[in-house]
Design a protein around this ligand. Structure first.
Ligand code: FES
Length: 394
């Protein structure tokens, strides 16, 4: 039986070989110019696009929304509500990239004259790009942007149909996008947003959220500050409050400032929610790396020399022990591809040839093999000695 099957296989293979050879012989000598599958892929995932600022308008006393369209007038690529855009800013000749969750909905990009929007709050003295967007960016400015990145979106095969969004500050933006898409009828899920702010003046997109409230979208504002006339919920997004608004099988999506993540991990744990029902948006670049477990505090004031190899080119740059390799590279005007700046996407994957480093544990999105072969995500790695690294040529 086995011999018979083997001979049949050999016979079949030789027939296929003959057919292929004859197809080659009879093929047209004119090279194929069209690449229809490649064209579709490029249309849907075009990478960095040139965008133009079409409008800038306030959405709270402390935040502005910026609207972008494509510079070439073509349609924007599709994305999921909850995903982010990576934008490149040229600030005084220094190219710096930042990720921003899209606050506009996917359907607004799909329509004729489609657009995408981000919403950015003024910094509290710790974010020069946030201040640049709020104070200096103007209508007509051109930027490069990569639309539709990240994993923070509703996936019906994975998530419960009922989603509770736990948002703090500007972390409301991905949920604003989801709420718009639901209200438009093109996203089939139920969304309850528990939105924590310090004061009512801090609430971002308040009017827009109120206009989206419907039988599938509910918004509950929670103030932690002392505001005497406030009649809504007070305090923090505690386990009791989350439980009060939870109905049945629910997925919890969390986006907000880094301090909120730590607090909410504890509150969610009290409710015994299964891990698969909890999703955190990426953590963002660590505000103060010295506060993370295992960071060697005795190195905090050191400045090291990092030798950067790109092809045959080599540069030596200074790098502070408290700043990521990406920040050191950008400061030295060396281009490295970035998107999430949270250790998740791998765009800034870098080979370490020599030297010691610390990786932020909240942002260590490396694969096991990358750890074994001494690769880091440069946005989440901090030098602890002089180093030699090899980065891809952009
Ligand atoms: S930019 Fe995404 S991992 Fe570094």
């Amino acid at each position: 039986m086995k011999v018979k099957g083997f001979l049949k296989d050999v016979g079949g293979a030789s027939r296929v070989t003959k057919a292929r050879l004859s197809a080659f012989e009879n093929a047209s000598p004119i090279p194929v110019k069209e690449d229809p599958i490649g064209n579709v892929a490029r249309e849907w995932h075009p990478g960095k696009l040139e965008l133009v600022v079409q409008d800038i308008y306030p959405v709270s006393p402390t935040a502005k929304t910026v609207r972008f369209v494509r510079a070439d007038g073509k349609q924007l690529p599709p994305f999921y509500a909850g995903q982010f855009i990576s934008l490149e800013f040229n600030v005084n000749g220094e190219i710096v990239s930042r990720p921003y969750s899209l606050s506009s909905a996917p359907y607004e990009a799909r329509q004729e004259n489609g657009y995408v929007e981000i919403t950015v709050r003024k910094s509290k003295g710790d974010g020069f790009i946030a201040d640049y967007v709020n104070n200096e960016l103007k209508v007509g400015d051109h930027l490069l942007g990569n639309v539709g990145l990240g994993q923070f979106y509703y996936e019906p095969l994975r998530d419960a149909k009922r989603v509770m969004a736990l948002a703090g500050g500007v972390g409301i933006t991905p949920f604003a996008s989801m709420a718009k898409e639901i209200a438009h009828g093109t996203l089939d899920m139920d969304l309850t947003i528990l939105y924590g702010s310090v004061s009512s003046d801090d609430i971002i997109l308040k009017d827009q959220l109120a206009a989206l409230t419907c039988d599938r979208v509910k918004v509950v504002h929670v103030l932690s500050g002392d505001e005497p006339n406030w009649t809504g919920e007070r305090g923090f997004l505690s386990a009791e409050l989350i439980e009060k608004y939870t109905e049945g099988d629910t997925s919890y999506f969390i986006c907000g400032p880094q301090v909120m993540y730590k607090f909410l991990r504890g509150e969610i744990q009290k409710l015994n929610v299964p891990q698969r029902r909890v999703r955190f948006e990426v953590f963002g670049q660590a505000k103060d790396i010295t506060t993370f477990p295992g960071y060697p505090l005795e190195k905090r004031d050191e400045v090291y020399t990092v030798t950067v190899r790109r092809g045959t080119h080599e540069d030596r740059i200074p790098a502070k022990a408290t700043e990521s390799l990406v920040v050191a590279l950008e400061r030295a005007n060396i281009r490295i591809d970035t998107a999430c700046r949270s250790g998740e996407c791998g765009f800034c994957r870098t080979k370490v040839l020599a030297g010691d480093y610390y990786v932020c544990p909240e942002n260590d999105g490396r694969r096991g093999a990358d750890k074994d072969f001494n690769y880091v995500h440069a946005c989440a790695a901090y030098p602890l000695s002089d180093m030699t690294i090899k980065i891809p040529i952009e």
